[in-house]
Design a protein around this ligand. Structure first.
Ligand SMILES: [Zn+2]
Length: 161
């Protein structure tokens, strides 16, 4: 059987022919020391006992072949942040950690600033459009104060949304 995954605390091994065809085995004290020397991708022979709780308990384990060097050196099987085992190597962090990162104060701040910029641009756009439509109607000498008034008014309207 192949060692498809090892839990961060090394209390569980996932063993099987392929990952989809594998199961978690609970490491017992008997095999704890050998498990400490096992790497993901190793080939092992094991004996296990299924207990009443339905879990498989490893009672014996023997390494029959080491994992190919390339697969262990490039593997990113555990989440970089919390060490949780990942289903595939496509992402460096697990779903929870990547969500946490996305909602981090830093990113939320960035998002808020982006929104504020969009809002300011929209208000500026409304103001200039209004000024264009007022051309010839308003006194050119008052244009600055009109623009200011419009901008403030639009801002109030946008912020009330
Ligand atoms: Zn994680």
């Amino acid at each position: 059987m192949k060692v498809c995954a090892i839990s961060g605390d090394r209390k569980y091994l996932r063993l099987g022919a392929t990952f989809d065809n594998s199961r978690w085995y609970t490491v017992t004290d008997k095999v704890k020391e050998i498990v400490a020397t096992i790497s993901r991708g190793d080939e092992v022979e094991v004996k296990a006992q299924q207990k009443d709780d339905g879990k498989l308990y490893l009672t014996e384990i023997k390494k029959t072949a080491s994992a190919p060097v390339s697969s262990t050196s490039t593997s990113k099987h555990a989440c970089e942040k919390c060490g949780k085992l990942l289903k595939d190597d496509s992402y460096p962090t697990c779903y929870n950690c990547s969500m946490k990162e996305k909602n981090s104060p830093e990113n939320l701040d960035k998002e808020a600033k982006k929104q504020a910029t969009i809002r300011r641009q929209a208000i500026g756009h409304m103001t200039s459009r209004a000024l264009i439509s007022l051309q010839g109607i308003v006194d050119v000498n008052n244009i600055t104060s009109i623009a200011e008034t419009l901008y403030k008014k639009f801002r109030t309207l946008v912020e009330e949304e």
